[in-house]
Design a protein around this ligand. Structure first.
Ligand code: NAP
Length: 562
């Protein structure tokens, strides 16, 4: 039974609501934006995935009761309609079939509940909401595309990739069919395609794409049936030219007071403080809102919340910040130019700003084992929130001894996986509370072991070769997956291009006001090093914003006139 079903919902009376009251309230608001009718056709077969069938029927029934424009229709898998639409899996959900080809194989659970609501809005509006560049790219498509995005319910990156596919299908309903496949429900298909990380996108059964991509990149790949790496490899110069053409051809320039790069706790807090100080502010986020916390399974040290999934905490923070400023997801900063104003060039346009806040965070490090890259996405994972669900009845190892490793191990254990922690020393560096929880959960630890090699066969991890750091003895372990949690390194590429000074550990050097060595450039959060906690990132974000406000009013870099 999935953790996404609550006991009390197992047998509701026919007229009882399935969705909780707060969700219904939020949906009523959301559905005010509906324009055209939205037929939702549900296909099920009794005895196949019954809990999911039941979930989907009740979910869809509630939506229909909330707004008359949503029209649920129920079919069985052996109906003529199922044959007509070539539906063969139970449960399957088709959104506005006939007009669009948008479907879910498996009930949209967890994070995918969100992409489902977005899909309804998209289909009802009839507008794809693609960027101008993306629409231009998609115009070139002249043959059919079948896009399958494999997802997991807890994966914060998955809805973004599903949405990329759905937007393409709404823009080009004549040629693009898009499917979201829950790999935990449709295990047969997931196995057939060797899915071991999500989101995993397959186009025309031919092109495999791992991870969440920016809309424009995804569309180039969709149209060309080649991965971005292949396209770059084919003709680097030609691509550079395209790139120039797409991005610097009459780009719009937007005038703001502050650009915040990154939407983790530091960036979101800075956004709230900047706007409250009266500064016109945008937050640019190259992926999805929330930063590293969004993929932290559980947070237990953020005051006010004893225990909250990282994604949920960041959704709350993002909603608060959105009340003040735009958070532009999928928009990546490519270059920052210093002049009379600061010019920020992104994949979508140009900003002229008076100050910039670097809240770019840190990225996960690799273990450095042989075979790690080969099996990355095929059993080696850096995100237990994303991929853990695929391993809920399998044997996995978590590598590392810090807060992340122990949090991940507990999450995987909770999902039902057989977990072992592999640590290179004989003591953990993680907080004592987490160490106690790991001991209590009975998670075994292999102490003093380094991972020499990730073993695998046929695109799948089969184990790991370890060396004892004390005795130098080598051993092998049979595994289905390896989750790496061996620390982070700061994302300082933009800072370095600007000439921002780094400290001896490679983090951005800041003063107590979160100023860098370059006037008008501030930094906050994990990119500045330190203890790297949510609460410190938030503190730094507020300081950076208030300093920017002070400095713009009284610029310390302007010499007083005599
Ligand atoms: P971390 O605290 O730097 O710990 C990294 C762990 O990986 C260490 O135990 C380290 O071993 C080990 N390690 C490093 N390189 C390795 C390698 N090549 N092979 C094997 N093991 C290796 O990193 P983190 O746990 O990812 O946390 C990052 C930051 O986020 C920290 O400041 C942490 O406090 C903060 N944080 C994270 C969470 C969370 O749940 N994700 C929660 C609270 C705070 P040694 O111990 O021997 O160095």
């Amino acid at each position: 039974m999935s953790p996404f079903f609550s006991k009390k919902n197992d047998t509701p009376a026919e007229d009882a609501w399935f969705l909780p009251e707060d969700a219904r309230k939020a949906l009523l608001e959301t559905f005010k934006a509906l324009r055209d009718d939205v037929p939702l056709e549900v296909f099920t077969r009794e005895g196949e995935n019954d809990p999911y069938n039941d979930f989907l029927r009740k979910f869809v029934r509630d939506l229909g009761r909330l707004d008359a424009k949503i029209k649920p229709v129920y079919h069985t898998l052996d109906s003529d309609r199922a044959r007509e639409l070539q539906v063969t899996f139970s449960p399957t959900l088709c959104v506005v079939p006939g007009k669009y080809s948008l479907r879910y194989l498996g009930a949209p659970l967890g994070e995918e509940g969100r992409s489902f609501i977005q899909a309804i809005l998209l289909a009802s509006s009839g507008e794809s909401h693609l960027s101008a560049t993306s629409r231009q790219i998609l115009k070139q498509l002249d043959e059919p595309r079948q896009v399958r995005v494999f997802v997991n319910p807890g994966c914060p990156y998955c809805p973004g990739q599903v949405f990329n596919a759905f937007k393409a299908a709404v823009e080009r309903p004549d040629l693009v069919r898009a499917e979201c496949v829950d790999s935990a429900q449709h295990t047969a298909l997931a196995d057939e395609y060797h899915i071991s990380s999500v989101p995993h996108t397959i186009i025309n059964d031919e092109l495999h794409l791992l991870g969440l991509e920016q809309e424009e990149q995804f569309l180039v790949e969709l149209v060309s049936l080649q991965s971005a790496q292949q396209i770059l490899g084919d003709d680097e110069h030609e691509h550079e030219h395209d790139h120039d053409h797409a991005h610097h051809h009459h780009p719009p320039v937007e005038q703001v007071d502050v650009v915040i790069i990154g939407s983790g706790p530091a960036g979101l807090t800075a956004g709230i403080y900047c706007v409250r100080s009266g500064l016109k502010t945008v937050i640019l986020e190259k992926l999805v809102v929330g930063g590293a916390v969004a993929i932290t399974p559980v947070v237990e040290n953020y005051p006010g919340f004893a225990n909250i999934p990282g994604k949920k905490l960041m959704d709350i923070m993002a909603e608060h910040a959105r009340g003040y400023c735009d958070i532009r997801e999928g928009e990546e900063v490519e270059e920052i130019k210093l002049g009379k104003q600061v010019e920020i060039h992104t994949n979508r346009g140009i900003y002229a700003t008076r100050a910039v806040l670097l809240c770019t965070g840190a990225s996960w490090k690799k273990i450095g084992a042989v075979g790690e890259d080969t099996y990355s996405g095929f059993g080696v994972s850096y995100c237990s929130s994303c991929d853990g669900y695929l391993y809920r009845d399998r044997t996995v190892a978590v590598v590392g001894g810090g807060n992340s490793a122990l949090t991940d191990a507990l999450h995987l254990k909770n999902l039902g996986a057989d977990v072992t922690i592999i640590h290179r020393r004989e003591t953990f560096r993680a907080q004592q509370h987490l160490q106690d929880s790991v001991a209590k959960a009975g998670i075994p630890v292999l102490w003093n072991k380094e991972v020499l090699e990730i073993l695998g066969k046929d695109n799948r991890v089969t184990g790991a070769r370890l060396r004892d750091t004390v005795t130098a003895e080598e051993t092998s372990l049979t595994l289905d997956g390896v989750f790496a949690a061996v620390g982070v390194s700061p994302n300082t590429a933009l800072a370095q291009d600007l000439g921002v000074q780094l400290d001896e550990h490679g983090f951005i050097q800041v003063d107590r006001s979160m100023r860098t060595n370059i006037p008008r450039v501030y930094a906050a959060g994990d990119v500045t090093g330190g203890v790297q906690q949510i609460v410190t990132a938030i503190g730094e974000g507020s300081v950076a914003a208030l300093s920017a406000f002070e400095d713009l009013a009284h610029p310390y870099w302007v010499q007083p006139k005599r």
